[in-house]
Design a protein around this ligand. Structure first.
Ligand SMILES: NC(=O)c1ccc[n+]([C@@H]2O[C@H](COP(=O)([O-])OP(=O)(O)OC[C@H]3O[C@@H](n4cnc5c(N)ncnc54)[C@H](O)[C@@H]3O)[C@@H](O)[C@H]2O)c1
Length: 376
């Protein structure tokens, strides 16, 4: 198989989808790897480091998409990349399609098979390719929130951990999955007063043990969240329903209950956002204010720390890339039901139910769509 690694083109995105270690694994398995020149620079990986492990360096995206069959990326394809996709391509990357009907339609029109990192599951129903980025984003969420609470940045001017004689700030984390737990651990480490909300009681039990009394776990009913908001200094939104648009957990009306210049960090923004007033932002312009509340809604938070994130991501994705390259899509998904759940589009059809529901496009089961792809 010819595997291609383009340079990411989303603004402020410095990660790359394969490291030299990945090139080595693929080359050893008999595959040809093509890396766009400069693709690794944002993560401090030079072209030569790829070439030494057997990669062929190509000058631009056009050549890369022209030669490769399996395209491995980090972020959802931007318009110019969608235009380069053809039915022969398999695209393996983060997609977050439930929040983006236009991208879904563009990818359907390309006819490519598109596998989303964020809907691949392991044999316990967890999300092995989202988890490493959620660990990073959760840690950044608290760091960024603490920073945005500083007065010169428009925040309330409160120190997360307080000092002797002055109370710590209240951090409210809504969604206690991978992002939420990591956000809470950093907030605990910074000595804030921490509350974590979730609707899954088994998850709250696990968190309660993990926190060892250093944070409170709470059931995420509308009323309980509403009663907490007036005291909150920093609210981190980290909910997820696999593959679906994020549920709304704070409405615009509820912003009025909060302290002026409190901060909301919406990590779920890549799935459409879990606060009614959220809209996507970038690292270069990360915040905006609505009703006196600062909103931080960066869609690619791990992109800010590529030297950590690239390795965390590729450690998790690499075995899947090798499997896809060696077996081809049809056999790889037949052999791994969790990988099959990653297929969001094939042969022009939407093959993931939540994405079909959210975008209003007809759902076609993966097996039927893949059979259609073979028939063509
Ligand atoms: N912005 C970024 O750069 C970035 C980076 C990584 C992950 N994310 C996003 O962060 C979100 C969370 O990811 P994760 O890996 O932690 O997911 P996860 O599945 O591990 O955790 C989600 C948690 O939300 C809970 N939940 C679902 N609905 C809820 C509700 N209505 N109220 C309270 N809790 C609810 C679930 O029970 C679960 O515990 C996802 O949307 C993911 O895509 C964003």
């Amino acid at each position: 198989m010819k595997v291609g690694v383009p340079t990411e083109v989303k603004p402020d995105e410095y990660r790359v989808a394969l490291t030299p270690a990945g090139v080595r694994e693929l080359a050893d398995a008999g595959h040809e790897v093509y890396v766009q020149s400069g693709a690794g620079l944002g993560s401090a990986i030079e072209d030569d480091a790829y070439a030494r492990q057997g990669a062929r360096i190509v000058p631009g995206a056009e050549e890369l998409f022209g030669v490769a069959d399996l395209i491995v990326k980090v972020k959802e394809p931007q318009q110019a990349e969608v235009a380069r996709l053809e039915p022969r391509h398999t695209l393996f990357t983060f997609l977050h399609l439930a929040a983006d009907p236009a991208l879904t339609r563009g990818l359907a029109e390309s006819g490519a098979t598109c596998i989303a990192y964020e809907t691949v599951e392991d044999d316990r129903g967890r999300l092995p390719l989202l988890a490493p980025m959620s660990e990073v984003a959760g840690k950044i969420a608290t760091q960024a929130g603490a920073f945005m609470l500083e007065k010169p940045l428009g925040g309330r001017g409160i120190l997360l951990g307080g000092v002797p004689g002055v109370a710590a700030a209240n951090v409210v984390v809504i969604g206690g999955g991978v992002v939420g737990m990591n956000a809470a651990f950093i907030a605990i480490g910074m000595e804030a007063t921490v509350y974590v909300y979730d609707r899954n009681i088994d998850r709250l039990r696990e968190l309660d043990v993990a926190f060892g009394g250093r944070a409170d776990t709470c059931f995420a009913s509308t009323l309980e969240i509403e009663e907490r908001l007036p005291d909150a200094d920093l609210v981190i939104g980290a909910v997820l329903v696999h593959g679906a648009r994020a549920p709304r957990v704070v409405t615009r009306a509820q912003l009025g209950m909060m302290k002026p210049h409190a901060v909301l960090v919406d990590v779920s923004i890549d799935q459409g956002g879990c606060f009614e007033t959220s809209r996507p932002t970038t690292h270069s312009d990360p915040t905006f204010e609505i009703d006196g509340i600062t909103h931080y809604c960066v869609t690619n938070m791990p992109g800010a720390v590529p030297v950590t994130s690239t390795y965390a991501l590729t450690n998790a994705t690499m075995p899947y890339v090798v499997h896809l390259a060696s077996a081809g899509v049809a056999r790889a998904v037949a052999e791994n039901p969790g990988l099959k759940l990653g297929v969001n589009l094939a042969a022009g059809h939407v093959t993931y139910e939540h994405v079909a529901e959210a975008t209003g496009i007809t759902y076609v089961p993966v097996d039927d769509a893949l059979a259609d792809a073979v028939a063509r």
